[in-house]
Design a protein around this ligand. Structure first.
Ligand code: WT7
Length: 657
């Protein structure tokens, strides 16, 4: 598949525009040539591209990676040293000190946007680095960020990187319990937060959530608080520090700390199919190179572009494609504090119009939500600056693709559907807009150096026919790959390398078509994708059973018009407890407070019993089918201990069409 074959007839395809290709970094023949080189000689390819970063001590070793089960390790540019913040800021100062690095667009459109130059970014990050050092943070220490989408979030990430501290961002929509679990998991001594996070005209009380979280952590955890709104908070002297006060006195001179390429840049917790969220560890050198290269080529970024990724820095997309990738490339990146529908459903397009955005990157769930509001919200804005549109997080359905293509891109803009994961650090399957024709719903072909394979889920054998379906694995490493699970390398090996020996297992199923294009068919594990966010069903289940009235719970996904997948819960109550609408509400609120609003159940069905095998294993396949209202296809139920349970569940299903 090193070559782009002609597209099979009869499918909807969008060809690469010749005009676009003529000005693009990568056209079709360059893609084929570079891809072939990247997989036939990874050392040579990455060795050369790695030099696009600024190294303190240049590397001599490029790649030392093994997916072999008894010795999984991933090391890139191992003997090189660098500083990530210096790569994202200092090296641009001579040529682009006065260029805007970050455009901050506040939640309230009446509040003026901020244009932060590279010089100003440098000043802020140097000062904050000194503040962090004064608070006792040193190289290798973990710092938790629980922040609104404000420039200070980017300053904090970069200041950590500058002093070699490891940041771990907790999405501001997570609950105090989820926050304390991550503070403890990372064994952090500093939490950076804000008083409130304004979003969609409402305010999340981050400081009071953080106060609640710190009741369940070590006593010596300190808090650095950005006063975003100036709203009321409680204050603990000696523990809580005012960001702006400390910044006023901070020194502007700060020398970036030299770190090894493999030094962890950040930890990001993500849900899996079992147990508590894992701390995904990313490196400094390999990660930064991969984020930068994918950002440049996938969005075809050129001098003077204004690039906007609508994600939140609490997710990996925000790390790689709001902060690290764009800034490493010396670009201009938009940071948006708000939501797509506030003050109304034209906000995204208003912001594109206002800042003359050239690349726009969002999630299918946002597109579907906006599509439902009608075309007039788009039509009133001037979107002529747009050149490339992107999507991420879940497969895009044809209706949403068409709407995006026709109404937003006016048919002119290539759409890049980027498949990747928290674990992968950057895009793995994606079109390059000047090189690869697109088919709505397909993430198309691999990025440079990426070797996807489709395995037979039963035998684990690699399927060599072009046209096939199976589980999606990767045959070899790429520089942006996660290095380990924080504090638990064994879990890393077990989760990603033990189901299919010798491969990285993505957890996704996929189909490969006659043109070699990949179509992601969704997770094959117990992870669901709610509004482009990954949710472990086991986590929601353990939150539910932690409620005093719940005896047992099973959680599955079901098709949801806007969210992609909704959260469907089967709940068995304790003996003597009566089901009621009130209890449903109570459980919904309970899960919101245990995990966060993103985990709130959409549907709760009272289940007198759950379908189990004779050995007591819950048969989730059956529960999924019932939740999908597709119980005609229950499959083999002969191993059920008590088949009557299923009849009751079908009878009382919540998602009748
Ligand atoms: C899972 C990863 C990568 C940042 C956002 C989510 C699904 C992601 C696509 C896409 C189909 C996609 C996969 C993947 N996914 N992008 N373009 N098409 N599915 O990161 O929370 O780590 O979730 O999201 O199922 O495994 P994440």
């Amino acid at each position: 598949m090193t070559e782009q074959k002609p597209i099979a007839s009869g499918e909807i395809i969008k060809a690469v525009s010749e005009e676009f290709a003529a000005n693009a970094h990568i056209d079709s023949s360059k893609y084929s040539e570079m891809y072939a080189a990247s997989v036939s000689d990874p050392e040579g390819f990455w060795g050369e591209h790695g030099r696009s970063l600024d190294w303190i001590k240049p590397y001599t070793k490029v790649k030392d990676t093994s997916f072999a089960h008894d010795d999984v390790h991933v090391r890139w540019f191992e003997d090189g040293t660098l500083n990530v913040a210096a790569n994202c800021i200092d090296r641009h100062l001579a040529t682009r000190g006065d260029q805007t690095a970050i455009i901050f667009e506040p939640d309230d459109p009446a509040e003026p946007a901020q244009h932060i130059t590279y010089r100003e970014l440098h000043r802020q990050v140097c000062k904050l680095s000194n503040v962090l050092e004064d608070l006792g943070v040193r190289k290798g220490d973990r710092v938790i960020l629980y922040m609104p989408m404000i420039p200070e979030a980017a300053y904090a990430m970069l200041a950590c990187a500058r002093i070699g501290a490891i940041h771990s961002i907790v999405f501001a929509g997570f609950s105090p319990d989820a926050l304390s679990a991550r503070i403890n998991g990372a064994d952090a001594r500093l939490l950076i937060t804000a008083d409130y996070a304004p979003r969609g005209g409402r305010q999340t009380p981050l400081k009071s959530n953080a106060d609640a979280a710190l009741l369940h952590t070590r006593d010596d955890v300190k808090m650095l608080v950005v006063k975003r709104t100036g709203g009321q908070t409680t204050w603990v002297d000696g523990r809580d520090f005012d960001y702006h006060e400390l910044m006023l006195e901070a020194d502007e001179v700060q020398h970036p700390v030299e770190v090894e390429a493999e030094h962890p840049l950040f930890i990001l917790y993500t849900s899996g199919s079992t147990g508590q969220p894992k701390g995904v560890v990313h490196s400094s050198g390999g990660y930064l190179l991969y984020a930068a290269m994918t950002q440049k080529y996938v969005f075809d970024v050129h001098e003077g572009d204004v690039y906007w990724c609508t994600a939140d820095v609490g997710w990996v997309t925000g790390h790689s494609y709001i902060v690290y990738g764009p800034l490493a490339n010396g670009g201009t990146t938009v940071m948006f504090e708000g939501v797509p529908t506030y003050p109304d459903a034209s906000r995204f397009w208003q912001v594109c119009d206002k800042h003359k955005v050239t690349q726009f990157y969002t999630a299918p769930t946002a597109i579907r939500a906006l599509m439902a509001k009608g075309p007039e919200f788009v039509e009133t804005c001037d979107l002529s600056s747009l050149r490339v549109l992107g999507t991420v997080g879940e497969p895009i359905n044809p209706e949403a693709w068409n709407w995006y293509n026709d109404l937003v891109g006016k048919g002119r803009c290539p759409i890049v559907d980027t498949w990747w994961q928290t674990e992968t650090g950057g895009h793995l399957l994606t079109p390059l807009p000047g090189a690869i024709a697109t088919k709505p719903g397909s993430a198309t072909l691999p990025f440079f150096g990426v070797q996807p394979v489709v395995l037979d889920p039963h035998s684990g054998a690699e399927i060599t026919e072009t046209e096939c379906e199976g589980v999606l694995c990767l045959k070899d490493s790429w520089p942006g790959q996660m290095r380990t699970v924080y504090g638990d390398h064994e879990r890393f090996v077990k989760t990603y390398f033990s189901d299919y020996k010798g491969y990285y297992f993505s957890g996704d199923g996929c189909r490969r078509d006659a043109d070699g294009y990949y179509w992601i068919t969704g997770r094959v594990d117990d992870v669901i994708n709610v509004s482009g966010h990954r949710m472990g069903t086991a986590e929601v289940e353990s939150a539910l059973v932690a409620h005093a009235k719940v005896a047992e719970a099973a959680v599955v996904g079901y098709p949801h018009d806007i969210k992609g997948q909704g959260i469907y819960c089967y709940v068995t109550l304790m003996n003597g407890e009566e089901p009621s609408e009130e209890l449903r509400k109570e459980l919904r609120t309970w899960v919101r407070t245990e995990i966060g609003p993103i985990a709130a159940p959409d549907l709760i069905q009272w289940a007198p019993g759950l379908p189990k095998t004779r050995s007591g294993k819950i048969m989730r396949r059956i529960l999924r089918k019932i939740a999908e209202d597709d119980f005609g296809a229950l499959g083999d139920t002969s191993t059920l201990a008590d088949p009557s349970v299923v009849e009751d569940l079908i009878e009382n299903r919540m998602n009748k069409k």
